[in-house]
Ligand binder design. Structure first.
Ligand SMILES: *[C@@H]1O[C@H](CO)[C@@H](O)[C@H](O)[C@H]1NC(C)=O
Ligand SMILES: *[C@@H]1O[C@H](CO)[C@@H](O)[C@H](O)[C@H]1NC(C)=O
Length: 612
């Protein structure tokens, strides 16, 4: 093939480090490496010149093996389109170039230019590459009190099969806490940014390693697997269910983890931990839920405006290095926002990736479940993807529903692009089904159309809309109350644990310190609770549930007093060197009350959870 021969030629020439006339030249290269997220992004602006005499239509990009392995996303666009609205940037076609007899240490991609370059002409393009797992925690294991440090390595020179006339590099770090970096001539540090260059007249494949070792407390949230199921129901709903298997991909935590320390001083006792994740759902998402293996979790918060719905989810425990969690989020979407018709075909048009912010996904499996009887099914995505078919059978189906499965590894937020699933759905395929089902279906269909009309006719100012919105606000407030209460309960647990430690280790000072933390924490929580109750009182729709919420708060406070009293009694007894049995005896009555109150608080939480 002409192209590969051309590539081979370029490579051979490059290897010989000579410059033939037909070899393109990079007259200017600006490279910016962003180490400000767990996903490393490298943005390069390349000015390519054709010195002639041949016409040139492609530019080769080269990646060393280590980078090629972690490369998740590669995009090239004309530099002129920069600054235009995001949607209007047209990406140039890129293809992987395979050369049989070249050394395998480099991976090449070829960018097709929008127009051929004649001798003497030049073209400027922007290239964006995103890499996952490119930041290596060093040390690999840290204790809760240590700071997470990561290492990144690259070449100070742009790796190019062509001669580069002038080039410069800037490296952006999360902050100015830099452990070490490679210092060369023309290196400048400005706070969190390190600049190299300009360097001039470098031959092809120039390479000189640089490394950065720096503090990074960014959330290393990695989904080892994400299964997104999108189920289309012609009755007006698209149901999305996302199953996450998440790991904190940063430095692994070694030694014991103290939740008490973490809660009291989150900034220096588990600084690299993350305790919540944020998802941006479509604006009209409804019936949002979040659950893990144990059950529904109500400490998630939902906020929204006309453009998006923001879901903040808190796993049951803070995520530390190497820790895993699995959970599911689900939401419904209005069908008419995502399903379209063209020339007798229907098609779903939705974004591919996860709604979680800055999540790296090792394997994403997307399943689109179509209505039973769909035919002529095909799927289209803007990047290469593995796909196959399955069938899903649920109790109402006869032959099962066709499922289109798409699978992609190494997914980053840049893959949140639109994909389509096309299919035909005809009434005829329904006629073959038993009459009962048809009439049943038609009845439901009619009812649902009626329902959808009724639903869409509710304007944003109508009474029922306002009532719904107010109820949602009440729900958010109550979720916050539940959150504060569960943090109080966790503090009680920690106090109990400190007593157990005391009887084990005899360390009275540690026990008193734990008490002091707890006192401070509970005071803060009580401050947090006050405005929530005041706000709730302002909602008429909260009138029903308010007495229960107030009872919950009162019971928790009573429980708190008893727990404190038990703690003081036990510590005092210990200091007076009373025997364990004597102490047990003295706190026995308190313990009974505590157990009873705990039960009451649990019941109230359950009761409120059932209503919300
Ligand atoms: C969790 O919430 C979902 C959606 O609100 C609901 O369908 C389900 O029954 C709940 N599960 C439990 C165990 O409460
Ligand atoms: C899918 O939706 C997006 C956003 O609304 C739109 O820009 C795009 O053109 C749609 N794709 C198709 C094939 O209709």
């Amino acid at each position: 093939m002409a192209i590969s021969r051309y590539v081979l030629l370029v490579f051979t020439i490059a290897m010989l480090a000579s410059t033939a006339l037909s070899d393109p030249i990079l007259t200017k290269v600006d490279r910016r490496i962003y180490l400000t997220s767990q996903i490393v992004r490298i943005a390069s602006t390349l000015k390519v010149e054709n010195p002639g005499p041949l016409i040139m239509s492609e530019v080769l990009l080269a990646f060393p093996e280590l980078q090629a392995k972690n490369l998740a996303y590669l995009m090239a666009s004309s530099h002129e389109s920069k600054g235009k609205a995001k949607g209007s940037v047209v990406s140039l076609p890129i293809k992987a170039v395979n050369l049989n007899d070249r050394p395998s240490a480099l991976t090449f991609y070829s960018v097709i230019l929008p127009k051929e370059l004649a001798a003497g002409e030049s073209f400027t393009l922007d290239v964006l590459a995103a890499f996952t797992h490119a930041l290596r925690p060093v040390p690999e294991k840290i204790t809760q009190a240590d700071i997470q440090l990561v290492l990144y390595g690259d070449s100070v020179y742009y790796l190019s099969p062509y001669e580069v006339k002038v080039q410069s590099l800037s490296v952006k770090l999360p902050d100015s806490k830099i452990e070490s970096y490679t210092e060369l001539e023309n290196t400048k540090v400005h706070g969190s940014e390190i600049k190299y260059g300009p360097y001039e007249n470098l031959p092809p494949f120039s390479n000189s390693p640089i490394a950065f070792h720096f503090q990074s407390n960014l959330p290393f949230a990695v989904a080892e697997e994400l299964v997104r199921e999108i189920e289309i129901s012609h009755w007006g709903n698209v149901q999305v269910t996302e199953h996450y298997k998440l790991i904190h991909g940063g430095a692994k935590i070694k030694g014991e983890f103290s939740r008490l320390d973490f809660q009291a001083r989150p900034n220096d006792r588990g600084a690299s931990a993350f305790s919540f994740l944020v998802a941006h759902l479509p604006a009209r998402a409804h019936s949002v839920y979040y659950r893990d293996l144990i059950g529904n979790i109500s400490t998630s918060h939902l906020r929204g405006d006309s453009k998006k719905t923001e879901l903040m989810i808190e796993p049951r425990y803070p995520m530390l290095g190497g820790w895993r969690t699995a959970f599911t989020i689900g939401y419904g979407l209005p069908l008419q926002d995502f399903l379209y018709e063209s020339e007798g075909n229907r098609f779903l048009n939705m974004t591919f990736g996860s709604p979680m912010i800055e999540l790296a996904i090792d394997t994403l499996i997307l399943k689109v479940v179509l209505p039973e009887g769909s035919s002529d099914i095909s799927a289209a995505a803007p990047f290469p993807i593995k796909q196959w078919r399955e069938t899903k059978i649920s109790h109402l189906d006869i032959g099962g529903r066709p499922v289109v499965v798409l699978e992609k590894t190494n997914v980053v937020p840049e893959h949140n692009q639109y994909f389509q699933v096309y299919y035909k759905f005809s009434g005829l395929s329904m006629l073959r089904e038993p009459l009962m089902l048809i009439s049943g279906f038609l009845f439901f269909f009619a009812a649902c159309i009626g329902y959808m009309h009724a639903d869409t006719s509710i304007s944003k100012s109508s009474a029922s809309y306002l009532a719904k919105q107010q109820w949602e606000e009440v729900q958010v407030l109550i979720h916050k109350v539940q959150n504060v209460i569960s943090r109080c309960l966790a503090t009680h647990d920690n106090l109990e644990a400190s007593l157990r430690d005391l009887s084990r280790t005899g360390d009275v000072q540690a026990c008193k310190a734990a008490r002091k933390y707890a006192d401070g924490l509970l005071k803060e929580l009580s401050k947090e609770m006050k405005p929530l109750l005041t706000s709730l009182q302002a909602y008429p729709s909260a009138a029903q549930i308010l007495p229960k919420v107030e009872e919950l708060v009162a019971k928790e406070r009573e429980l708190q007093e008893k727990v404190m009293l038990k703690h003081s009694t036990a510590v005092e007894g210990y200091e007076r060197k009373s025997g364990a049995r004597d102490i047990d005896h003295r706190v026995a009555l308190l313990q009974q009350k505590i157990t009873a109150l705990k039960q009451e608080v649990d019941d109230l939480l359950q009761f409120i959870d059932d209503i919300i």
